[in-house]
Design a protein around this ligand. Structure first.
Ligand SMILES: NC(=O)c1ccc[n+]([C@@H]2O[C@H](COP(=O)([O-])OP(=O)(O)OC[C@H]3O[C@@H](n4cnc5c(N)ncnc54)[C@H](O)[C@@H]3O)[C@@H](O)[C@H]2O)c1
Ligand SMILES: N[C@@H](CC=O)C(=O)O
Length: 462
């Protein structure tokens, strides 16, 4: 009997859809057909691949509302955010349809007169992806688009919580002529698929977005077959608010960045580090704004903050709040839950925590929820020390109007993405990725296609 996957709506626990897991044999067979498709897909000209990607993008735009609703249904985020994710997902396809035509080689001056040296770029081969539930459309297209543009074939395992968006996007790709073998998905549990993907010799690259422990495991497993890896892992973003910051801008941007997707975003701010002289005023403005956020089902047009994806995510958030309170912290707002264990839904009220010691759990662990602690600093050096005191290095933000302080902060924060008076630095045209335990490699921008290419050097004696 084939095992079933139940996809539930995190806003009310209701069953949305039942799917069958692929057996291990079926997964291997799909991997092998995707590997076999590589020789014909890579032969297509870059212009033809670009045209197919453009048709895919157009088709997704035509089905924007349907895909957006699917995202809200299985992920829970408010519909306007889900529609924004569809646009964001498509922007990666647009971008890499163009980049396909800009995969350039070069010639190198030889060291002797009777040689000619050229360097060319070739697609790496079959790429396998494992994606998370928090951005079920964008995290897939951010990988599939550059892979297909480069001439690689692609197979993806979506998160168990949100497979429907991926399945629909792939159906649309096939409907416009992207070959079925060249772009595929498999369904089964992470550890089972991870083991098959990492051990199969035909897969030349693993691209993963998800938690740091799983990323580390996949890197270890991939070493056995010396695969290329891209790892987009966890984050623990600080926001530094300097004494001279425009507080209205800082509050506005903090709230947008923090509470998007109920805080379940890898670049979500996790620590507010505020200059002691403005901390009281800033916190008051922040709390006033946070208290206006409405929590509920993402299909309700007034809702700003949807549910937590599952019980495991909820327990982690609750434990961090309780740990802070046990260490003497104050809950400036929030601290409320609406949960039903039997039905299977978990909502957390947007929460701001003050008077928190630096060794509290939330100051060191990714929260992935709508909760943020505020700590104070006296000197910028101290702010940087607190901000960098983390194994993570994905995104960091700061607010200052002083260019010298801004340059000091941007040069000293050990993070791959820095937002200066900007809480929304993502985009298809920028290199997204982290340092330290936040990952290896970059996605997006001109950098984002490089990991799908091999460099070949030819030396001709003449
Ligand atoms: N850096 C980024 O770009 C980025 C973007 C989105 C999410 N994330 C991170 O993802 C995490 C949240 O997502 P999550 O909870 O779904 O993470 P997760 O690591 O639990 O799951 C991610 C994916 O990995 C699969 N998986 C789980 N165990 C596996 C195993 N042993 N082998 C292979 N695959 C396995 C899951 O099925 C899922 O598809 C957060 O840490 C977040 O910061 C990072
Ligand atoms: N929110 C991120 C993805 C990670 O969660 C993005 O902006 O791409």
């Amino acid at each position: 009997m084939a095992q079933l996957v139940y996809v539930n709506n995190p806003a009310n626990g209701e069953l949305i859809h039942t799917l069958q897991y692929d057996s291990e044999e079926a997964i291997v067979s799909k991997v092998e057909s995707a590997a076999a498709a590589f020789s014909s897909w890579k032969q297509r000209s870059a212009h033809e691949r670009a045209q197919l990607l453009n048709s895919w993008a157009k088709c997704i735009r035509e089905n924007r509302q349907e895909i957006g609703e699917l995202i809200t249904l299985e992920n829970g985020k408010p519909l306007p955010e889900a529609l924004g994710e569809v646009d964001y997902a498509v922007s990666y396809i647009d971008w890499y349809a163009e980049e396909a035509k800009r995969i350039y080689g070069r010639t190198v001056p030889a060291h002797v007169p009777n040689k000619r040296i050229t360097v060319t770029k070739e697609p790496i081969g079959l790429v396998a992806a494992i994606t998370p539930w928090n951005f079920p459309a964008a995290m897939m297209t951010r990988k599939a688009a550059p892979a297909l543009a480069a001439g690689c074939t692609f197979i993806v395992k979506p998160a168990e919580e949100t497979p429907l968006t991926t399945i629909r996007l792939i159906e649309l790709a096939h409907s416009v002529g992207i070959p079925e073998d060249a772009l595929q998905y498999v369904l089964n549990e992470g550890p089972i698929v991870g083991e098959i993907f990492t051990s199969h010799k035909a897969i030349r690259k693993i691209t993963f977005t998800g938690s740091t422990p799983v990323g580390k495991l996949l890197m270890e497993q991939s070493a056995q077959t010396v695969k290329h890896v891209t790892m987009e892992l966890g984050g623990h973003a600080p926001i530094i608010v300097a004494k001279d910051a425009d507080l209205n801008v800082a509050v506005e941007q903090t709230v947008t960045a923090k509470f998007r997707n109920a805080g379940q975003t890898c670049v979500s701010p996790n620590r507010l580090i505020v200059h002691e002289e403005i901390a009281e005023e800033f916190t008051k403005l922040l709390v006033d704004k946070v208290q206006t956020l409405k929590v509920g089902n993402g299909f309700d047009p007034d809702v700003n903050v949807g549910p937590i994806i599952n019980k495991k995510g909820f327990i982690k958030i609750k434990e961090q709040i309780e740990d802070a309170v046990n260490r003497g912290a104050t809950l400036a707002c929030g601290n409320g839950y609406d949960i039903d264990d039997e039905k299977g839904y978990y909502f957390v009220l947007p929460t701001v925590i003050t008077d928190i010691p630096l060794d509290a759990k939330i100051m060191h662990e990714e929260t992935f929820g709508p909760v943020i602690p505020v700590v104070t600093f006296t000197t910028l050096e101290e702010a940087v020390t607190i901000a960098n005191d983390s194994p993570y290095g994905l995104a960091a933000y700061f607010f200052t109007e002083n260019y010298k302080d801004g340059l000091y902060l941007s040069e000293n924060l050990q993070y791959g993405i820095i937002g200066w008076n900007d809480g929304a630095p993502s985009g298809a045209h920028i290199p997204f990725g982290g340092m330290k335990d936040s990952g290896v490699g970059r996605e997006g921008g001109s950098e984002g296609i490089e990991p799908y290419l091999e460099t070949k050097y030819l030396s001709v004696g003449v």
